[in-house]
Design a protein around this ligand. Structure first.
Ligand SMILES: *Cc1c(COP(=O)(O)O)cnc(C)c1O
Length: 461
């Protein structure tokens, strides 16, 4: 327990937990902004996804399981396409990648970002056209760059002088001219709703704008001639709720664009503004819609280009979390329910930090609901925890669940589509959960559950 929580814990009932957490009027209600759009409570009281009862899903696929509302994901892709009609929308595959999702986003007209050989292999094996793939990463190996170049990947986002040398050598060797963007660090750091603008940025990604490395990288590529410099790229962080961080970054990166024009007489035709569009994890979160963000971004870019007397470049954006995060919930089963000294009730579920590390890693907040039935019991402040040997193994720090929640009940946690399965581990030798896609009343397994045999198959000693 952290010191600042102590007062609240010993205060009156109802004042426990963070100040924003209000006792809900109805523990059975689903807050729409937190759930995939085809999730509702059915007539029997259990959640249904596109018409399927979660109790049936649990019986068929077991728990824990990630449940994807496929139409919700596709709708989010369409929203981004509609919000940015003349831009390329790259889905950031690191949020969650499997072949079925690659096909879904490709069918919806999105492009795809990858940042390792493994992600590239997944994208290509699902038939993603190579020219619609962007390849990121601060330490791409020669082998990875070779595969990307040979596959004909559309954009390589270069991140270091070493990489420029490696890629130039490869291009010469292979007789090709890869299209590249220069990743610029602009001194804007966005994280959990707020952003900070600094002169310098102390991080591993990209070329520093303030220190002059970004301009030097652009000049070097222009000089190389074996690489085709298409534009600049900046990605300022994650969980961005409004356009103010983008405003600072776009201004800075377009100033570099104009510096390059003045020095070399070249106007780079493209600009990638990165991802980081925020989503709601709790009722407290109120992110701007893709439509509103797009309008603001467009205005900022148009204004800056006019001020710098630049032609407006072709834009790209790279949403990951905002596409897949809200389209998925994790379905768990409660195993034990423990009241701890009258302070708080711990509901232990059959997964935990191995399927959702974000609470432990980033102090992220989530919400939860009892999923297999409704209840008329009083709301009770609960903490949903996992089954791992680690006291920080928390899935949902604070949530009101009905006081009669008991072992065997299903607990659903929304907003787990991004950075949960993709960061899942085998801690405590827990096999990783499956991903089940549901659409039009039909479920299909898109990533199967890992088994103990899978774990033992790697253990060759
Ligand atoms: C992680 C990342 C993204 C996606 O971030 P989200 O917060 O998931 O939208 C986009 N671009 C780059 C370069 C990234 O590293």
């Amino acid at each position: 327990m952290r010191a600042h929580e102590a007062g609240a814990l010993h205060g009156e009932i109802g004042s426990r937990g963070p100040a924003w957490l209000r006792t809900p009027v109805d523990v059975n209600a689903l807050v729409p902004q937190l759930w995939p759009r085809n999730v509702v409570r059915g007539p029997a009281g259990a959640l249904t996804v596109a018409g399927l009862d979660v109790r049936d899903l649990a019986a068929e696929y077991g728990t824990p399981a990630y449940v994807l509302d496929e139409d919700d994901l596709r709708e989010r892709c369409r929203e981004f396409r509609a919000a940015f009609p003349d831009a390329d929308v790259y889905y950031a595959g690191k949020a969650f990648l499997c072949r079925a999702v690659v096909r879904m986003i490709a069918e919806e007209g999105l492009f795809l970002d990858v940042c390792t050989g493994g992600e590239l292999a997944t994208a290509l094996s699902a038939g993603m056209p190579a020219e619609r793939i962007g390849f990121h990463g601060n330490n791409k190996s020669v082998a990875e760059l070779t595969r990307a170049v040979d596959a004909g990947v559309g954009r390589i986002i270069v991140d270091s002088f070493t990489e420029i040398d490696r890629l130039s050598e490869l291009a010469r060797e292979r007789g090709v001219r890869p299209k590249v963007l220069v990743r610029v660090t602009v001194g804007v750091e966005a994280h959990t709703h707020e952003f900070i603008a600094t002169a310098h940025e102390d991080q591993k990604f990209g070329f520093s704008l303030a220190g002059g490395a970004a301009a030097a990288a652009a000049f070097k590529i222009l000089d190389e001639d074996v690489l085709e410099l298409r534009g600049l790229h900046s990605h300022i962080g994650s969980q961005i709720f409004d356009a103010s961080g983008f405003e600072v970054s776009a201004r800075r990166v377009l100033a570099l664009q104009s510096q390059i024009r003045d020095a070399r007489g070249v106007e780079l035709p493209e600009l990638d503004l990165g991802g980081g569009f925020g989503i709601a994890y709790t009722t407290q979160d109120d992110p701007a819609s893709p439509h509103d963000l797009a309008k603001r971004l467009r205005k900022i870019v148009d204004g800056e280009c006019a001020a710098e007397n630049l032609a407006v470049p072709h834009l790209s954006v790279e949403p990951g979390r905002a596409i897949v995060g809200p389209a998925v919930f994790t379905l768990y089963q409660a195993g034990t329910v423990k009241d701890v000294d009258g302070l708080r009730t711990y509901v232990s579920v059959d997964g935990g930090m191995s399927d959702n590390i974000r609470t432990a890693l980033y102090d992220a907040s989530y919400s939860a609901t009892m999923a297999n039935r409704t209840s008329t019991a009083q709301p009770m402040l609960a903490r949903v925890v996992g089954k791992h040997c680690e006291s920080g193994d928390i899935v949902v720090k604070d949530e009101f669940l009905p006081a009669d929640v008991q072992p065997g009940d299903l607990v659903a946690v929304p907003g787990t589509g991004a950075y949960c399965r993709s960061m899942a581990s085998n801690y405590n030798h827990v096999p990783r959960p499956p991903v089940v896609a549901v659409r039009d009343g039909r479920a299909r397994l898109i990533v199967r559950r890992e088994t103990e045999d899978d774990l033992l198959a790697l253990d060759v000693g």
